[in-house]
Design a protein around this ligand. Sequence first.
Ligand code: SF4
Ligand code: SF4
Length: 168
Amino acid sequence: MKETSEQWYKEWQAKKSSVKKQNKKFINKLAQHKGKRLDVFADEIDERTFKKVDCLQCANCCSSIPPIVNNTDVNRIAKHLGMKPQEFEDTYLMIDEDQDKVMKTTPCTFLQEDNMCSIYEVRPKACREYPHTGSQEFSNNLHLHAPNAFYCPAVFHILEEMKKNIPV
Ligand code: SF4
Ligand code: SF4
């Protein structure tokens, strides 16, 4: 693990539980800043953060959060695996409490020992977009960031930097 990445990972592990309430409060107040300016700022922090965090040394999202798999994902992944869409659904998916189709197993079946995704080229949209902090997506996914900071060291550090820079 890169030195910075390792330090950041340890800091996240040590503090992720204790900042849960604080992050929830911060995000609630941040709602009044929703919009283009916040998204541009988030994009800058997101880019800096992902230069320091090494996802291949982490894979905590793939190990802990079952991704939503939409119908377009089902067709694409099933084709890639040489399966019928229904066969893919029956084998790998289940319906969660929000009535979304999600991966059945956690850690994800497609997560390999080296933390690579065995279906990376055709992975679900939700996996491609996680953790929704960059690409002008921050404001639209505001409600996800506080819970995600518990699972994702990158989101944790993005919120830490925001708390230092945005007086809410
Ligand atoms: S499909 Fe791939 S990227 Fe998505 S959770 Fe599974 S291993 Fe991770
Ligand atoms: S939890 Fe966050 S830092 Fe870890 S692999 Fe997933 S996106 Fe990368």
